[in-house]
Design a protein around this ligand. Structure first.
Ligand code: COA
Length: 403
C-alpha cells in the first residue's frame, strides 16, 4: 500500500497587499455611486498589475470577505471578483464572513491551505460598502439570543459594547479615549504628509453629480481634531455616554486585497516577501464586551508561536473604538502612546470598512517592517462583533538583529 504523504507545514508569506482609498459611507461619500464589487475588483486588478511576475493561472484560490453578503456584496465574491479582475476561469474563489475580521479570516484560511500544502498561491481580501449595506441591514438574529438571554441586548450594537467596556474598566476614561482618537488623527495626518500610506492605495474612478473624478485618498480623516472639539461631541449610543464619533471608527466604504504564497513559490517566481506568517488565532469573549476579543486571541497566537508580548516590536491594532484598543493596551501593560502601536494611526482616522480592515492592518505592518529591520515580530489584531477577537503574528523578513 502506498504510504500517505506525511503531514508537513509550509512557510506562508505575505507577498503584497493593496487597498482602495477608504470613503465615508453614505450619500455624501466618494463611493456612493460605486458598486461594492467594483471596489474589490479594482483593488485586485491593482494587486495583479503590481505583481507582473505572478502567472495568473498559478493562483490556487481567491477568498474575499464581506459582512453583508447581499446584492453587489453577494454571489460568492471571491469567484465573481476573480472573473471580473481578469483571472483565468480556471481560478476558483469563495466568500468569507467573520464580520470585522472577514479579510483577516480570508488571509488565515488561504494561509492554512498553503501551510497544508494544498495551495502554492492565493488571493485574500475583503470589502464593505457600509453606505450601500448598512451594518446589520436585513439581519434576522434568532429570537433565542435574547429570549433565552444567551447574549445581552447590548451585544448587537457595537457602540453599546464599547460603552460597556467603559463601564467595566472605569480607568478607561472618556478623556483617554478622546486623546487616543485625537492622536490617531494626528498620526495618520503625519503618515500622509510623509507619503507612507499612499503607495499601497489603488485610485478608483468615481462618479458624482459633478461628473467623473478619482478617489486617491482616505476620505474620513479629520486632522484638525482637538480635545475641546472632541469633548463637545454627542454620545450617540447612550445619554451622557463616553463613545462619540471622535473616538469610534466611522462608517466606511472600502476594499483590501493581498497575495499570499508559500515561501518557496514566492522565491521561485521572484515575488516579494514582505512578511512571514508565524501564527494566528481567533477567540471568543462575552459578546457585550466584544472589544476585549483581541486579548485572548493574541494570548493564544503568542502561545502557539512560543513568544511573549515583549517579543512584539510593532502592533497594528484595529481601532474599532478607542476604548477597545485601550483595554488591550492596559491588559498587556503597554502605554496609550507607545510608539510601537499603530505608528501611522488607525481606523478612527482612516476608517473601518468592516470585512476589509484586517488586510489594511497587514499592509501597514508590512511597510513598517521595511523601515524597522531591528524589529523581528509584529502583530495584527482586531475585535469582532458578537464577541470575538482575531490575531496574526508576523515575522519581518528584513530583520537584521536588534539594535
Ligand atoms: C459613532 C457614529 C454613530 C457616528 O456617526 P455619525 O453621527 O454619522 O458621524 P459623523 O461623521 O456625522 O460625526 C458626527 C458629528 O461629529 C463630528 N465629528 C466627528 N469626528 C470629529 C472629530 N474628530 N473632531 C470634531 N468633530 C468630529 C462631525 O463633524 C459631526 O458633526 P455634526 O453633527 O455637527 O455634523 C458612527 O461613526 C458609528 O456607528 N461608528 C461605529 C461603527 C462601528 O460600530 N463599527 C464596527 C466596529 S465593531
Amino acid at each position: 500500500m502506498a504510504q500517505a504523504p506525511s503531514a508537513h507545514r509550509t512557510d506562508v508569506v505575505f507577498v503584497d497587499g493593496v487597498r482602495t482609498p477608504f470613503g465615508r459611507a453614505g450619500e455624501k461619500g466618494q463611493y456612493w455611486n460605486t458598486r461594492a464589487d467594483d471596489l474589490i475588483v479594482k483593488a485586485m486588478i491593482g494587486l495583479l498589475e503590481r505583481n507582473p511576475n505572478l502567472p495568473k493561472d498559478r493562483v490556487d484560490d481567491v477568498a474575499i470577505a464581506a459582512t453583508t453578503q447581499q446584492g453587489d456584496q453577494g454571489l460568492t465574491l471571491g469567484r465573481t471578483s476573480a472573473i471580473l479582475a481578469g483571472l483565468p476561469l480556471s481560478v476558483p474563489g469563495y466568500a468569507i464572513d467573520r464580520m470585522c475580521a472577514g479579510a483577516m479570516t480570508s488571509v488565515t484560511t488561504i494561509a492554512g491551505a498553503i501551510a497544508f500544502g494544498a495551495y502554492d498561491i492565493g488571493i485574500a481580501g475583503g470589502v464593505e460598502h457600509m453606505g450601500r449595506h448598512p451594518m446589520g441591514f436585513g439581519a434576522d438574529p434568532n429570537p433565542r439570543f435574547l429570549a433565552e438571554k444567551l447574549v445581552s441586548p447590548d451585544s448587537l450594537n457595537m457602540g453599546n459594547t464599547a460603552e460597556r467596556l467603559h463601564d467595566r474598566f472605569p480607568q478607561l476614561t472618556k478623556e483617554r479615549s478622546d486623546l487616543f482618537g485625537m492622536r490617531s488623527q494626528q498620526k495618520v495626518a503625519a503618515a500622509y504628509a510623509a507619503g507612507k500610506i499612499q503607495p499601497d492605495l489603488i485610485p478608483v474612478a468615481i462618479k458624482s453629480d459633478a461628473g467623473w473624478g478619482l478617489a486617491t485618498q482616505d476620505e474620513g480623516m479629520r486632522p484638525e481634531t482637538t480635545m475641546e472639539g472632541l469633548a463637545a461631541l454627542k454620545t450617540p449610543f447612550r445619554p451622557h455616554g463616553r463613545v462619540t464619533a471622535g473616538n469610534a471608527s466611522p462608517l466606511t466604504d472600502g476594499a483590501t486585497v493581498s497575495l499570499l504564497a508559500s515561501e518557496q513559490t514566492a522565491r521561485d517566481l521572484n515575488l516579494s516577501v514582505k512578511m512571514r506568517m508565524v501564527s494566528f488565532a481567533f477567540a471568543g469573549v462575552e459578546p457585550e464586551v466584544m472589544g476585549i476579543g483581541p486579548i485572548p486571541s493574541t494570548e493564544k497566537a503568542l502561545r502557539k508561536a512560543g513568544l511573549t508580548i515583549e517579543d512584539i516590536g510593532l502592533f497594528e491594532l484595529n481601532e474599532a473604538f478607542a476604548v477597545q484598543v485601550l483595554s488591550f493596551l492596559d491588559h498587556f501593560g503597554i502605554a496609550d502612546d507607545d510608539p510601537r502601536v499603530n505608528p501611522w494611526g488607525g481606523a478612527i482616522a482612516i476608517g473601518h470598512p468592516l470585512a476589509s480592515s484586517g488586510v489594511r492592518l497587514m499592509i501597514q505592518l508590512a511597510r513598517q517592517f521595511e523601515e524597522h529591520p531591528e524589529v523581528r515580530y509584529g502583530l495584527t489584531a482586531m475585535c469582532v462583533g458578537l464577541g470575538q477577537g482575531g490575531s496574526v503574528i508576523w515575522e519581518n523578513p528584513h530583520y537584521k538583529g536588534a539594535k
